[in-house]
Design a protein around this ligand. Structure first.
Ligand code: EPU
Length: 337
C-alpha cells in the first residue's frame, strides 16, 4: 500500500487530488486478500477504474483508493454464430472493442473509442451511436466488498437503464465488478442509424461498410466531436440527456420549433442536453482553467491548472441557466467524489 499518491494520472479531467492510501490490484486473489484483511472497514474506500467518469472535488481523498488493474481476455464459448468472451475489469475498453472487431465479432463496434475500462462499463451502461453495453452484455462477476465473496449478476439483475444500473443505486459501493462476459455474434446486421454515421460513410465513399469500416468511422466521428483526454481534460458527456413528459416537450416545441428530440419510454421524450446548453449560450465558453467544449456543449473541459471545484461551479451555472431558459434541470452523469 502506498501513501499520498497524486491521482492526476488516474482521472481523465487531470485534476490533482492526493489519495491518503492507494493500492493497485493486479489479480482477483489480491483483491480478495485485501478485502478479507478488513482494511476497507478502516478507511473510506474508492474503487477506481479508468477514472474517465469521475470528478474529484477536493485536493485530498482522505481514504483508500483501490485501483483495479486486472488483465485478461478469454473465449469461453464459440459455436455457430455466437462467441462468449470474458474480459477482466482492468482491460482497456477501446482496445477490447478493437480486438473484437479484428476478430469479426459484432456487438460492441458502435461503442468504439469510449475511454475507460471494462469494469466500469456496466456501472453506467455505457452507450453511444445507437448501442449500449447491455445489448451484448451476458453477465458479470463482482466481489462483495465486505465479505470478499464473488457473485454473478445476470443482465436482468443489473437493471440497466440509460446510463444506469443497480451498481449506481441499491448496490452502490457494495461490489466491485471483476469481469464481464459478452455475447457477441459472428454475423449480424450493422447499426448505422444513429446521427451522422451514414453521412460520414457517404462522404468517404463507403457504400456497404464492413465491421472494421464502421468501427473506424465511429472513431473518426468521435474524434471530431470529443476532446482527446490526453490533451484536454474531460469526462466525456458531463450531463445526461434529460427525459421530459410529452406535455412539457410540446410546450417547449411551440417556443423552439427546432428543438431536437427522441422518443423515450411511453409518454416521455429525450432532449439532447448539448442542444439546451448551446442554446443557453455556453458552447465554447471558457475561463482560464475550465470551459465548455466548442465542438460538443455536453462536454466540460479542464485546460490545466484548475480544480474540481471550478468544474462544479461551472456545472451549477450551466444547470441554473438551462433551467431558467427551458424549465429543465439537467443532472450530471459524472460521479462526484
Ligand atoms: N447538440 C447540439 N449542440 C451540441 C451538442 C449536441 O445542438 O453542442 C444536439 C444536436 O442536435 C445533435 C444532438 O444534440 O444532433 C445529439 O448530439 P450527439 O450525437 O453528439 O449526442 P449527445 O446526445 O450529445 C450522447 C452521449 C455520448 C455519445 C453520443 C453519441 C449522453 C449523455 N451522451 O451525446 O456519450 O457519444 O450520444 O451516441 O447520452 C458520454 O457518455 O460520455 C458520451 C460521450
Amino acid at each position: 500500500m502506498k501513501t499520498n499518491v497524486n491521482l492526476r494520472p488516474y482521472n481523465s479531467f487531470g485534476f490533482d487530488a492526493i489519495a491518503k492510501y492507494f493500492v493497485e490490484i493486479n489479480t482477483i486473489d489480491d483483491l480478495q486478500t485485501l478485502i478479507k484483511s478488513g482494511v476497507l472497514r478502516k478507511h473510506k474506500t474508492l474503487i477506481l477504474s479508468g477514472g474517465n467518469n469521475i470528478l474529484f472535488q477536493k485536493d485530498v481523498f482522505d481514504g483508500l483508493v483501490v485501483y483495479i488493474n486486472t488483465k485478461g481476455i478469454e473465449i469461453l464459448r464459440e459455436d455457430g454464430n455466437e462467441v462468449v468472451v470474458r474480459a477482466q475489469a482492468g482491460e482497456d475498453w477501446p482496445e477490447f472493442v478493437r480486438f473484437c472487431v479484428s476478430k469479426g465479432w459484432h456487438g460492441v463496434e458502435n461503442l468504439a473509442y469510449i475511454p475507460g475500462k471494462i469494469g466500469a462499463a456496466p456501472i453506467q451502461n455505457i452507450g453511444a451511436y445507437g448501442m449500449e453495453l447491455k445489448d451484448s452484455f451476458l453477465q458479470c462477476e463482482a466481489m462483495d466488498l465486505t465479505a470478499g465473496d464473488t457473485k454473478v449478476f445476470t443482465k436482468e439483475e443489473c437493471r440497466f437503464g440509460y446510463r444506469e444500473s443497480i451498481f449506481k443505486h441499491e448496490l452502490k459501493g457494495r461490489f466491485v465488478i471483476t469481469s464481464v462476459d459478452f455475447l457477441l455474434k459472428k454475423n449480424a446486421p450493422l447499426n448505422l442509424e444513429y446521427g451522422n454515421i451514414k453521412a460520414y460513410l457517404e462522404q468517404n465513399g463507403i457504400e456497404n461498410p464492413s465491421l472494421q469500416q464502421l468501427h473506424d468511422a465511429i472513431c473518426a466521428i468521435r474524434d471530431a466531436k470529443l476532446p482527446d483526454v490526453k490533451q484536454i481534460g474531460s469526462a466525456g458527456s458531463f450531463f445526461k440527456n434529460p427525459v421530459i413528459s410529452i406535455e412539457q416537450f410540446e410546450d417547449l416545441q411551440q417556443q423552439y420549433p427546432n428543438i431536437p428530440h427522441y422518443p423515450d419510454t411511453e409518454g416521455m421524450v429525450k432532449v439532447p442536453a448539448g442542444w439546451l446548453i448551446e442554446q443557453a449560450g455556453w458552447k465554447g465558453w471558457r475561463d482560464e482553467h475550465v470551459g465548455v467544449y466548442d465542438k460538443q456543449a455536453l462536454v466540460l473541459v479542464h485546460y490545466g491548472g484548475g480544480t474540481g471545484l471550478d468544474i462544479v461551479e461551472l456545472a451549477h451555472k450551466i444547470q441554473d441557466s438551462v433551467e431558467k431558459k427551458f424549465g429543465i434541470r439537467i443532472s450530471p452523469e459524472v460521479n462526484f467524489v
